[in-house]
Design a protein around this ligand. Structure first.
Ligand SMILES: NC(=O)C1=CN([C@@H]2O[C@H](COP(=O)(O)OP(=O)(O)OC[C@H]3O[C@@H](n4cnc5c(N)ncnc54)[C@H](O)[C@@H]3O)[C@@H](O)[C@H]2O)C=CC1
Ligand SMILES: O=C(O)CCC(=O)C(=O)O
Length: 487
């Protein structure tokens, strides 16, 4: 059937579909083919943020007053609607930001699973009874929602990230203003349609589209917003955190990664190669958990590199809607330019470019924002491509004299989100788990691909040291209240 291209979308505020108050809108183009306008999205301003926050504040008392079970029921209903509309939502995602259709479908199914997980949270315990020193008193903890939560989401997981932030916020009794990335506004507004159809009361979830620098900043600074949860770049995350901190609001930041995979001398090289390719190049490398530094112990370096290059050469770059495409375009022209500039820096700073490094040659790919899968070797630790997040299909190979040296190199980073090791040796596994400075350490598994029921977040500059997903989410979206009662 296919989605309606070039449709005009409106913000979702107070249960109604409204154009930006200024009347402005902006086109969103398909990164696989810049000639295709996927959607026209409202170009909202500060007055739209004010309206969305006012609606969320108005809806708060009634929503907070409902039982967790009743709030959970609405999430269950939303999950069923997301599943029913899975093909359409996934196609919108692929056309808006380029990931392949199977990946987009998998992510949409994951969105429904996250909704169900948090629906169940509505029935779980929220506190403890703690013995009081006063024998006649009852002391216990309960949890209060923060109030209005602002969600600032990126474009790389247009369904999963908005849902893993909004669903726990909602089930614990908060109301939400979601600002999706400009690139993926239509996908987010389709999610809003699912919540609306499920019967979510007006104002409980509001979705507004527009420029991050205008409405993202306005949301972070808004006195009516009690908590802000953000995923995106480090530079913006820090701004958002500082704006929230300055006015005493709670904040949570998930930012970049520079995730290593370590290949020990006893690793199964075929599995390690597959994990490097899947972790580093799926979604065109645009995951904060993407493998970007490939640190291989000397003894197996040459064999690993040759196997890797042989397989990367086979990857088919193309439009994510085509069934034989393995690797889609970068999500935007700007993102493609950033990736190409990192590749140029790699060459200038003396790394050896083994594969890729350019836009694919003309033909049907000329109208999209493509970059060939790229592999560098001889990457030194002071090079930009070793240190900075690229967020593209680029792998940096590093040779390490020993396993211990590999761990040491892996830890030489400002980031600490995810890290993986391939080894069959239990001692090396345990040393890696103990010594690796990352919020997620994975043994004989790729760096990407998180599970929704487990805590997710990084060490060092990768996050604000809080965790999302699983039951960890309750820590951000609620405050503990200690209650002392004496008759
Ligand atoms: N950790 C992750 O999953 C992600 C990391 N990134 C990193 O960021 C780089 C740049 O990508 P961008 O899309 O430019 O990321 P970004 O950090 O600018 O965008 C993330 C979100 O923040 C919003 N935003 C932008 N400026 C803002 C501001 N001043 N105040 C409040 N909100 C604002 C955006 O509209 C979007 O919703 C990528 O190359 C990648 O390295 C980007 C997306 C996701
Ligand atoms: O690896 C994943 O599944 C999640 C990655 C992620 O959260 C991100 O890129 O922002």
């Amino acid at each position: 059937m296919g989605i309606e291209l070039g449709k005009i979308y409106h913000n979702y505020i107070d249960g109604q579909w409204k154009p930006a108050l200024s009347g402005e809108q902006s086109p969103g183009v398909n990164p696989a083919n810049r000639r295709e306008v996927v959607a026209y999205l409202p170009q909202s301003g500060k007055p739209d943020v004010d309206a969305a926050v006012a609606a969320a504040r108005k809806a708060l008392p009634a929503w907070r007053g409902m039982s967790g079970t009743a709030r959970g029921d609405l999430l269950y209903r939303t999950a069923a609607i997301v599943e029913r509309r899975l093909d359409e939502i996934a196609e919108t995602m692929t056309r808006e930001m380029g990931k392949t259709l199977p990946e987009a479908k998998g992510e949409t199914a994951r969105g429904a699973a996250i909704l169900r997980y948090y629906a169940g949270e509505g029935m779980r315990k929220v506190g403890d009874v703690i013995p009081s020193s006063d024998g006649e008193a009852l002391m216990f903890t309960t949890r209060a929602p923060l109030g209005v939560v602002g969600v600032i989401a990126p474009w790389n997981f247009p369904v999963a990230i908005p849902i893993w932030k909004a669903a726990p916020a909602l089930v614990y009794g908060n109301t939400v203003v979601l600002k999706p990335a400009r690139e993926t506004g239509a996908t987010a507004l389709k999610l809003a349609e699912c919540f609306a159809e499920a019967g979510l009361p007006a104002g409980v979830l509001n979705v507004i589209c527009g420029s991050g620098a205008v409405i993202g900043e306005a949301l972070a600074e808004h006195p009516g917003v009690n908590g802000i949860t953000f995923t995106g770049s480090n530079a913006v995350g820090k701004k958002v955190g500082m704006a929230a901190f300055a006015r005493g609001a709670k904040y949570q930041l998930e930012m970049g990664g520079k995730n290593p995979i370590l290949v020990a001398e006893d690793a199964d090289l075929d599995l390690a190669v597959d994990a490097t390719i899947s972790g580093g190049l799926k979604s065109t490398g645009q995951k904060c958990t993407a493998t970007s530094r490939v640190i291989v112990v000397d003894d197996v370096y040459d064999a690993f590199r040759d196997k890797l290059l042989a397989k990367v050469r086979e990857l088919k770059v193309g439009d994510g809607m085509e069934p034989d495409t393995w690797l889609g375009p970068c999500a935007s022209d700007r993102q493609r330019e950033t990736v190409l500039s990192y590749i140029r820096k790699g060459v200038q700073e003396g790394a050896s470019l083994l594969l890729g490094g350019e836009q694919p040659p003309e033909g049907t790919l000329a109208d999209g924002y493509y970059v060939q899968p790229t592999v560098f070797e001889h990457v030194a630790r002071d090079m930009t491509i070793f240190r900075e997040e690229i967020f593209g299909p680029v792998l940096a190979l590093v040779r390490a004299p020993s396993f211990e040296a590999a761990v040491e190199a892996a830890n030489d980073s400002d980031f600490g989100l995810s890290a993986s090791v391939y080894t069959r040796d239990i001692g090396r596994m345990l040393a890696f788990v103990r010594d690796m400075e990352a919020g997620m350490v994975r043994v004989n598994a790729e760096t990407a691909g998180v599970e929704l029921q487990a805590p997710f977040g990084g060490m060092k500059q990768s996050s604000s040291h809080s965790r999302e997903q699983g039951q960890a989410a309750i820590e951000f979206f609620t405050s503990i209240k200690t209650v002392f009662v004496k008759g």
